[in-house]
Design a protein around this ligand. Structure first.
Ligand code: ZN
Length: 553
């Protein structure tokens, strides 16, 4: 019953039957470990999974309940304190670190959206994975592009070393697929709100068409409530936010509701189904060199934003994702593939403000209208006698308006910094000069100062003139509304900490609770396939629990 949705979808996507026909041991039972503590040959396929918004706190909350795919990963190398170490903990920057080995300062992906006042179109907000030069577009109605990612991904490095390598990326969001896949990919597909899309002119592979058809058929029918696992029952409690009751949902869905599908376990099942179909059809992991597939599971993030993290909804999602991962791994096992898995997240998050207040966090609060860019812009314009707007912004980055004289730029910057810093909810307001002068931190990420976190997020080509960071437990949501009750993006550890899990058959596991970084993933995987990499922000993590060293091959 548990994996009903996933199983049905996977079956209709045409590969679950293959898995069912195989005799595979239960996912939670690891194979006995042989003499070697870590395999010494390169894996034939790298499977890099990002679970959007899968915080270290969610991992901690559910790790003892996992019996499926997560339980298998828990038998590998477990890093419960991975860090998306930068300040702007959003989806695009987070995904840009996972397979490049570089922080956003170097990937160029400092935020989901930034301001570029030099663009020709009326809308000066630029989305991280769009081509803003395409006529007729804006940052909400855009053409997907990889142009803003300034560094190669692991897949690209693998292809450069071995042209026979195949690299594939599939995700519930375009920015996840693009930032993990990079510029040179054999297939790159994402959910566009209606179906699975890629760049214009690409032929639709059969595996993607099967996924499209399966989802269309499934969404056309109403979805009854999913069963509530026993360990989720204590969370089954209502909370009302802005007139809507949350906390007891079970993913019931009316026929045709694509938005509800997106924020449900079935959308992750669909992405894994398509990934498996592409592995099968393209014979990934069966070539002369190691292949790579990147999988962006976005449902956890959509569920978190729209329903919070501490109700039945997230609990069911964790259970369903566990089962989806189990089905996926068993399918790969059934095909006899030698694959290496890494699973991590693009950022963390924490629960909706109103439920936080009931859960022993009375200080949890929404950002005040006084601390917004609009309010400070009005105050600065009035104080300096200038016609506004003098400030424009996107998220934490604030930019001086184009057209200000050099003298007025300096006055506006000083006045804006002073006024932001005076806001009781603001932790810090740094100028670009302050951030640029800060050397990159070389200490453990949990010890970084706010300025060091800001430095890891700063790229002079796109970052703001001022970076405003709110205090902990202040959400950037000014007023919650239906479908938007919780978010992330802060420089605080609840948004920075994510699990990093490595697994491969025959590998002896270990747990390292000290902090590591998501930029360590690319050099770590590269070492296991004997690919030399240089000049990355991350370091290789030795996945051998004994005297052997997977970084020294
Ligand atoms: Zn995200």
């Amino acid at each position: 019953m548990k994996a009903l949705i996933a199983a049905a979808l996977l079956a209709s996507s045409g590969f679950a039957a293959t898995a069912a026909a195989q005799s595979v041991p239960p996912a939670a039972t690891p194979a006995p470990v042989a003499t070697a503590a870590a395999p010494t040959t390169p894996p034939r396929l790298i499977v890099a999974i990002s679970v959007d918004q899968f915080s270290a706190d969610l991992f901690q909350q559910y790790r003892n309940h996992f019996t499926g795919g997560f339980a298998r990963l828990l038998t590998g190398a477990v890093f419960p304190s991975g860090y998306q170490s930068h300040a702007a903990t959003e989806t695009c920057p987070g995904h840009s670190t996972i397979l490049t080995g570089m922080r956003p300062a170097h990937t160029g992906i400092v935020a989901n959206n930034w301001i570029d006042q030099s663009v020709a179109r009326a809308d000066k907000t630029v989305y991280c994975s769009e081509d803003e030069t395409v006529p007729g577009t804006d940052h909400n109605n855009y053409v997907v592009s990889d142009k803003h990612l300034k560094v190669p991904t692991l897949g690209e490095m693998m292809k450069a070393a071995h042209p026979a390598t195949r690299a594939v990326s599939v995700a519930g969001k375009d920015r996840a697929a693009v930032m993990m896949g990079g510029h040179k990919v054999d297939e790159l597909w994402w959910w566009d709100g209606k179906t699975y899309s890629s760049y214009a002119g690409r032929a639709v592979p059969r595996a993607v068409q099967r996924g499209r058809d399966a989802v269309a058929a499934m969404v056309a029918k109403p979805q009854p409530a999913l069963p509530l696992p026993g360990f989720c029952q204590p969370l089954d409690r209502p909370i009302t936010v802005a007139g809507t009751v949350y906390g007891q949902g079970r993913f019931e869905r009316a026929a045709g509701d694509l938005k509800a599908f997106r924020a449900s376990p079935a959308s992750d099942a669909a992405v894994f189904a398509i990934a498996a179909g592409l592995i099968q059809d393209m014979k990934l992991g069966r070539g002369e060199t190691t292949d790579i597939i990147d999988i962006g599971a976005s449902a956890t993030d959509y569920i978190g934003h729209s329903l919070g993290t501490q109700g039945t909804e997230m609990c069911i999602q964790m259970d369903q994702l566990d089962q989806t991962l189990a089905s996926f791994f068993q399918t790969l096992d059934g095909w006899g593939l030698d694959y290496e898995v890494v699973l991590t997240a693009d950022h963390g998050a924490h629960d909706m403000t109103e439920r936080q207040q009931q859960h022993a966090m009375p200080m949890e609060t929404h950002v005040s209208g006084d601390a917004t860019i609009k309010a400070v812009d009005a105050a600065v314009s009035a104080a300096l006698g200038l016609k506004g707007p003098v400030l424009v912004g996107a998220e934490g980055d604030v930019y001086l308006a184009k057209g200000l004289s050099p003298a007025n730029r300096a006055r506006v910057l000083a006045e804006a910094q002073k006024r932001f810093a005076a806001q009781p909810q603001v932790a810090a307001a740094f100028t670009r000069a302050q951030i640029a002068a800060q050397p990159f931190a070389t200490t453990p990420p949990e010890t970084w100062t706010l300025l060091e976190r800001a430095r890891a997020s700063f790229n002079p080509a796109v970052s703001g003139d001022l970076l405003v960071l709110l205090k902990p437990r202040v959400t950037t949501i000014e007023t919650p509304g239906p479908g938007y009750v919780e978010t992330h993006g802060s420089p605080w550890d609840y948004d920075r900490r994510v699990p990093i899990l490595f697994w491969r058959k025959g590998m002896a596991g270990f747990e390292q609770p000290l902090s590591v970084e998501t930029v360590d993933i690319a050099p770590t995987l590269a070492a296991t396939i004997g690919l030399p990499v240089h000049g990355l922000d991350g370091r290789c993590l030795d996945l051998d629990p004994g005297a052997g060293d997977t970084c020294a091959r």
